[in-house]
Structures are given as C-alpha cells and as structure tokens.
Design a protein around this ligand. Structure first.
Ligand code: ZN
Length: 318
C-alpha cells in the first residue's frame, strides 16, 4: 500500500525502528502508534507470536494481508484451553493450534466467536469436533448463512447453538472467563472476553487498533456506544484488539479511545457530506478522513463506511 510504505520510509528516516526494537516496553509516549509492523521495527518473520498478558493468558498475533495482525486470545485453565477468535485460513488456524501445544498439552475445549467474519473463522474446521462454542445469536445466524453459501470445498463451521442472554461465565479451571455482549459494533454479534482477575478485556473486532473502521456489517453509531460500554467495564486496565497490535495497558486504553473517536469522525464526515446534498458516490469521492486516511485499509474501507453510515442516517440499517 502506498500510504503504509510512505509511513515505513518516514519511520526509518526518523530512527523510530531502532527505538521500537531496543525498548520493547518503552514508556507510553515512546511507542509508535501504528498497526504497521515495519514502522514499529518488528520484522514479519517475528510472526506468529504470543504476547503474554498474565499467567496462562496470551494474545496470539499473526499477520494477514495487507500486513497487519489478526489477534486471537488464548486462556489456559486446569480443565483445558479457551480460544477467542481463530485465524483466517485452515493453515493459519492449524499453525495457531500447533503453537498452543507448545504452551500446554491440555486440549482446546472452548471457542468464543468474537467475530463471525472469515478472517477469524475460516479455519475453524481445524478445531476439535467436541469443542464448546460460545456465539451470539446474530453471529450464529450469519455463520449458518455463510455455511449454506460456501462453495469450492470451503467449510464454514456452524456451532450447534447460540448463547442466550448477554453474559456467560466459563470456569476453565483456576481462571474465570466472562463472555460479554455489550452492544452491536463491527458485526452485530460482537462478543468480548473479560478476565476480571487479570483485568483484561479482549474486544475482538470491536477494537481495530489503527486500522480504519471497517463497516461492511457494522452499526456505526452503536459501535461507538459499545466501545464506551467497554471503557466503562469496571476494573479493566488492558484492552486487546482483534486487529492491530496488543499494547501495554495505558496505551491500550488511549488507543481504544482514539479508535472510538475514529468511528465518530467517520460518522461526522459522512454527515457533513450528506448535508452538502451530495450523492453517495460523490460523497465517496470527496471524503476527507484526515490522518485516518493513513491507517490500514483506508482506501478500501472508506467507501464502504460512507455507504454504511449513509444507510444508518437514512434509517435503512436494521
Ligand atoms: Zn477481521
């Protein structure tokens, strides 16, 4: 991508690559705020990798095209392993399961569908057949539709049943895991995973760290409110994204606020363009995202966001 290569070039020029490499836990202000591994001085050969979040709790960062991370959550209990979100292909999810086996011999017993999108679920046929799924009814229905539409040998795994209610607690053995539905966001069936004792909240695709708000199936204004609800969950200090880098605690909250603001900025820009009396196609041409235009996926997702916000403003989004 043109913009990200410019970013890389600028960062290298400023010597930020060296800073990021030599001081991995640098103070908050020193961390390069980007989803671009090169700009942070991390070679693609470093992926996939685990980021330890607490005893027996790991984030798993794997690179997807066009070059940012997809994040899975791994919680190892006495009774087995819980995974929230997998990866975007059979091969990538198989690799993740192999890597988990380097951490523990225990089987993967629970799977939380944080996002039903293919970049997190397309490899789910690799998961153990007797695994327990936790899935929101909206994502359950979407996976059923995707499974019915799947062609060319592609397999979309449909869990046996959807969760009832908006919260579920799982005792994986020694660690309490809470699955939360805090409102519609990126897919409508967005689930998050809270570890109360570890003060962690895995937000799946409701939190895209420095990746342009991807709105193909999103509920734009509700998404911003859902992030506010996440920020209001008590005793959380670290927020884990579904894409982009896992940050240290303080930065993770700052970046979540930045992402919430990115959503409200996108909404405000579309409102402005609509207020000028433009057609949606002209609005797409004239959209000015400011610095968000340099985030991953901006050129691809900008037009999609315009159409989605437009539909919400027209009241045609259900
Ligand atoms: Zn995704």
């Amino acid at each position: 991508m043109r913009l990200s290569s410019r970013l890389r070039h600028t960062s290298a020029t400023l010597g930020l690559v060296a800073i990021a490499t030599l001081v991995p836990s640098a103070p908050a202000h020193a961390q390069v705020r980007t989803a671009d591994p090169a700009a942070r001085g991390i070679p693609l050969s470093a992926f996939p990798r685990f980021v330890k979040l607490a005893d027996n709790v790991y984030g798993y960062e794997e690179i997807r095209q066009p070059g940012f991370t997809t994040v899975s959550l791994v919680v190892i209990g006495r009774n087995g392993v819980l995974v929230a979100d997998a990866q975007g292909s059979v091969e990538a999810t198989r690799t993740m399961l192999e890597r988990i086996r380097t951490l523990t011999p225990l089987p993967v017993k629970w799977y939380v569908v944080g996002s039903d999108h293919g970049d997190h679920t397309a490899g789910n046929s690799e998961l153990p057949k007797d695994i327990t799924y936790i899935v929101h009814p909206t994502s359950f229905a979407q996976l059923k539709r995707d499974s019915a539409a799947a062609t060319g040998g592609r397999v979309v795994v449909v869990p046996p049943r959807a969760m009832t209610g908006t919260e579920e607690t799982i005792d994986v053995g020694g660690t309490t895991v809470k699955v939360l539905f805090l409102g519609r966001a990126h897919t409508g069936g967005d689930l998050m995973v809270q570890l109360p004792r570890e003060r962690l909240l895995f937000m799946s695709e409701a939190y895209l760290n420095r990746v342009f708000p991807a709105m193909r199936s999103a509920y734009p204004s509700e998404w911003a409110k859902t992030i506010d609800a996440a920020l209001a969950v008590p005793n959380v200090t670290r927020y884990i994204p579904g894409h982009g880098f896992i940050e240290e605690a303080a930065v993770s909250r700052e970046e979540l606020v930045t992402f919430r603001d990115a959503i409200t900025r996108v909404i405000a820009e579309v409102k402005r363009l609509k207020g000028l009396g433009l057609t949606v196609d002209d609005a797409i041409k004239q959209a000015n995202w400011g610095d968000l235009g340099g985030w991953f996926l901006a050129s691809q997702q900008g037009p999609i966001a315009v159409r989605r916000v437009w539909a919400e403003l027209d009241g045609t989004l259900k």
